[in-house]
Each structure stands twice: as C-alpha cells, then as structure tokens.
Design a protein around this ligand. Structure first.
Ligand code: NM2
Length: 531
C-alpha cells in the first residue's frame, strides 16, 4: 500500500478505523434486524427531542446572535488569510459554490411539499387544513430554510476559516478549531474523537438527503419511463448517483464540482423560471409576501416554540397508558423545528470546512452576509415558486397533495406538481420532469461529492489544503454514504421519513458542544491576535 500512493497523503488509521467501526456498529444491526432497528431509531429520536430538543432551539438563536456580533462588531473586517489576502474566486462563483455545497436535492423535495405537512398538522394549535394553517405553512417553510438555518451553517465556518488561514499551522480539522479550548488534547485521542463525530454527523446528514432524494428520483423516473417504483429502482438510482459522483471524483475536485455546479445553476434558472412564468404567478407572489410578513412578525415565537404544554400532555398520556413516549406522534416543534435544526447542525461542520477552504481573502462580514442573505434568498426562491405552486394546485383542485402524502406518495406528489406545471406550458410536462430529475441528480451529486472529499480529507494525515486526499479513499467514502442511505431506506420501508429524521437528529447531538467549543476558541484567538 505504501508505495502505490507515495504522492497521496496517508490515511490516518485511527480516525479511519474509528469512523468505520462507528458506522458499521450503526448500520449493520439496522440491516440485520430492520423492524427492531426502526423501533430503536424511533426511540432515539424521541429521547433526543424530548430531553434535549430545547438545546437545538437555543443553539440556532445563539448562532444568529454570535454572527450578528461578528458581522457588526469590532472583528467585522477580519480577513481570512490576513489583511492583504485577495479572494481566490469571483464573488459570484464563490456564492454559487457555497450554495451548491450546502444545499442539495432536499430543497427540491421540501421546497415543493413541505407546506402540505404543516397544512395538515399546523403549529400553535391552529385548526388543521384551515386558511390560517395554510398561511402558517407558507411562513414555516421560509423559517426552516431561512436566516436561523443559515446561521447554523455559517457559525463553524468562522473558527474553521480562521484556523485554516490565519493561524500559524494551517489545518482543516474541526479538532484544531477546538484547540483554543482543549489545548494539546486536540492532537490526541480527544481530537480524533471530535473528528470522528464530525464524520459521523456528516454521514447521518447525508443519509437523510440521499434517503429522501432517492424515492423522489425514482418517482420521477417511473413517471418518465412508465415503470413501477420499487426498492430495486431506488437501489439502481443510488448506484447511478454513485456513478455520477464517481465521475466527479475522478475528474478532480475543481473540474468535477465546477462543471456540475455550472450546469446546476443554469438548470435551476430554467426550472424556477418556467415554474414562475407558467405557474400561478399572482398566488406565488401573494403567498410569498404574506409569508415573509408572518416570518418577521413571529420570528421569535417560531424560534422559541417548544410546544411545552402539548408535549407534557402527550408524555402524561403515554405514561397513563403505560406506553413509551414516541416523538414521531408528538408536537410540531419536535417533529419539525428540532429535526430541521439538527439536520442543519449535522451538515454544519462540513459546510464550515468547505466554505473555509473557498473563502480566503473574504472578511467575516462578507462571509456572514453571503451565507445569511444569499443562502436564505436562494432557498426561499424554491419555496416561493415550487411550494406555492403546489399549494395552489391543492386549492384549485388540480391535485390533492395532502391525500397523496397521507397515502405514502410524497415523492409522487412532488413529481406530479412538476408535471402538471409543465403541462400548463404545453403538453410538455415530461420535459419539465426531466429537467427536475436531472437537476436533483446533479444537486445531490455536488453535495455528496464535496462531502466524500471532506470525509477523506479528515481521515487523511495531511490536511486537504495542499494535498488532495487519495482518489480511492474519496471514492470509498462515496460508497459508504450510498450504503448507509440504502440501509436506512431498507429499514424505513414504506414510511422512511421518521427513520431518516432520526439519523440526522441523533448525529447532531455531540456536534452541539463541539461547535460551541470551536466558537469559544475563535474568541480566544481573536483576543490573542488583536490584543
Ligand atoms: N439541509 C440544508 O440535501 C440537501 O439539501 C442538503 C440539507 C441541511 C436541510 C442539506
């Protein structure tokens, strides 16, 4: 092994080994005992949201507060790479890369039908399927994909970027970003543990993405090719997806991701452009406007909504009936906001690393503005155009999205929305479905590709700044991602959502204290460097 890859950085055996063991320990029982595995995941999800769910809410608010301080406080003009550093990428492609890395096919999934879940099960005791429920549904989509969410994404980028570009020994490790707090322990076992937690988080987060994206792609293909959606089709989709990122792995990070990101941006333009021009424009604009109003007016109550009374009632009722409490049947907050924040947290250190790597020459303020403003607007466009169209189709009776979801056909509901939208242009629904499917494929591939790259970089001895991790090593992580996602789909059976939600929620827990540590480290460094 040694000679084959003299040019490539060596694998860090301890991190690599620990990560593999953790993943195997997680995935094997799921595949061997799917029914028990699913129950166990459900219990874990319930335990986390029931016991420490509030922590996720505080984390999101805290992240925003810290970022506002950095954006407008005395460190606003600190530049990655030092005062003289110049940016490596043009502002536009920097923002495009940042968006494409952090946002995957999930925005197409949830952007289209998230409202329907809130319409049927609204927050704040609103009557299900009422007018108010629909308006809240519009606002909550924006909330879960808005400023708070992007704050979670942005937070780790600051300490990671500072550790990479402004400290004497550049490093791409989350453990190094925590060294201001844990000192030399960051080079020992504690540090490795942090890096493994990072990997575990990312794999959990990605599994949720692949697990949701795959049935959506299968539904698209089954519409286009007239074949039935089965587990085999799902498995085939995952393999093709793997092949696509295999391609981008082999063409190298820059070329692969850049080509795909470019195609991506064009296709998003075509899809959203058509959906706006030929969709129910007036409703889209009205609903967006109204949702933005609700979003701002209720920002704090949404952020701190922990459903304490309903939750306590549910727990008491479960106790009285002698049953264990299951969050999946629980409150809006547990089922949605806590899940979402956890999912963003699972991705956050990865996003931080990637963004750190492309942000030399940018100031704290620029980075925060790019993520919070551009990221939010980018996500909102999907909700404004696709989600509001789907909502309109429900209202005017074109299709019954809620009935389809209740019937376990959420992926079909998404594809139908796109097809019916396309049919408004001409009988060209299938063409728009094709664009949608290709876009989802590429969107997923760019996200997975950069994550496989990051996983391999973290499990290599050298950081990924000067040396790219070995290709086989990157490819291996791509396969691991595909396998974990496949096992979750298998476990979930017809109802995969809760299994997929559990994966993200569980992996996010250890990341919260780690991210807090990295921010404290950053404060320490800044105080040292700018004393
Ligand atoms: N987040 C943004 O599939 C994706 O869109 C990846 C998902 C964390 C909800 C990210």
């Amino acid at each position: 092994m040694e000679d084959i890859q003299t040019a490539d950085p060596k694998v860090d055996k301890l991190i690599f080994g620990m990560a593999f063991i953790v993943i195997l320990a997680f995935a094997t029982p799921l595949v061997l005992w799917p029914a028990e595995g699913k129950a166990l995941l459900g219990t874990a999800l319930s335990w986390v949201t029931k016991t420490i769910g509030w922590m996720f809410l505080w984390f999101a608010i805290g992240a925003l507060a810290v970022l506002l301080y950095f954006a407008f406080g005395k460190y606003a003009n600190v530049r990655f790479g030092g005062a003289e550093a110049t940016p490596e990428f043009s502002t536009l492609s920097w923002i495009a890369m940042l968006f494409c890395a952090g946002i995957g096919s999930s925005v197409m999934y949830w952007g289209t039908i998230e409202w329907a879940y809130y319409y049927a099960g609204p927050p704040f005791g609103v009557e299900p399927k009422s007018k108010d429920a629909l308006e809240w549904a519009g606002a909550y989509g924006l909330f879960h994909w808005g400023v708070a969410a992007w704050s979670i994404y942005c937070l780790p980028a600051l300490p990671l970027g500072y550790a990479l570009w402004n400290r004497t020994t550049p490093s791409m490790r989350l453990s190094t970003a925590c060294s201001g707090v844990i000192g030399h322990a960051s080079e020992g076992f504690a540090g490795k543990l942090i890096d493994v937690m990072f990997m575990f988080g990312l794999i959990g987060g990605i599994s949720t993405t692949i697990g949701l994206g795959t049935p959506m792609l299968s539904a698209g293909l089954s519409e286009l090719l007239g074949i039935e959606r089965t587990f085999m089709l799902d498995a085939a989709v995952i393999c093709v997806w793997g092949g696509l990122f295999g391609f981008s792995v082999y063409t190298g990070l820059d070329k692969g991701i850049r080509i795909l990101s470019d195609i991506n941006v064009w296709l998003v333009g075509v899809l959203l452009g058509c959906a706006f021009l030929f969709g129910p424009k007036m409703f889209q604009l009205d609903m967006l406007t109204n949702s933005i109003g609700l979003f701002f007016e209720h920002y704090l109550s949404m952020s701190f909504n922990s459903d304490p009374v309903t939750k306590a009632e549910n727990i008491l009722a479960a106790q009285a009936a002698g049953e264990t409490y299951v969050a999946a049947s629980g409150t809006f907050s547990e089922w949605w906001t806590m899940f979402y924040w956890a999912w963003w947290i699972a991705y956050a250190p990865f996003m931080g690393l990637f963004v750190a790597r492309i942000s030399r020459g940018r100031t704290f303020q620029q980075l925060i503005a790019a993520e919070l403003v551009a990221g939010t607007i980018g996500c909102w466009l999907f909700f404004a155009v696709l989600g509001n169209t789907s909502m309109f189709f429900q209202l005017d009776g074109t299709m019954d999205v809620n009935a389809m979801i209740a019937n376990g056909q959420a992926p079909e509901a998404i594809i139908q929305t796109i097809k019916l939208l396309g049919d408004r242009i001409w009988p060209l629904g299938w063409l728009l479905v094709l664009v949608f499917v290709v876009l989802a494929f590429i969107f997923g591939a760019t996200t997975m590709d950069s994550s496989a790259y990051t996983l391999a970089a973290v499990a290599s001895q050298e950081d990924g700044v000067r040396h790219e991790p070995a290709r086989w090593h990157r490819f291996l992580w791509a396969i691991v991602l595909a396998c974990v996602a496949l096992s979750l789909l298998y476990v979930g059976g017809k109802d995969t959502l809760s299994a997929l939600q559990s994966a993200s929620v569980v992996v996010a827990v250890p990341l919260v204290p780690i991210l807090v540590m990295s921010v404290i480290s950053l404060f320490k460094w800044l105080r040292e460097d700018f004393a």
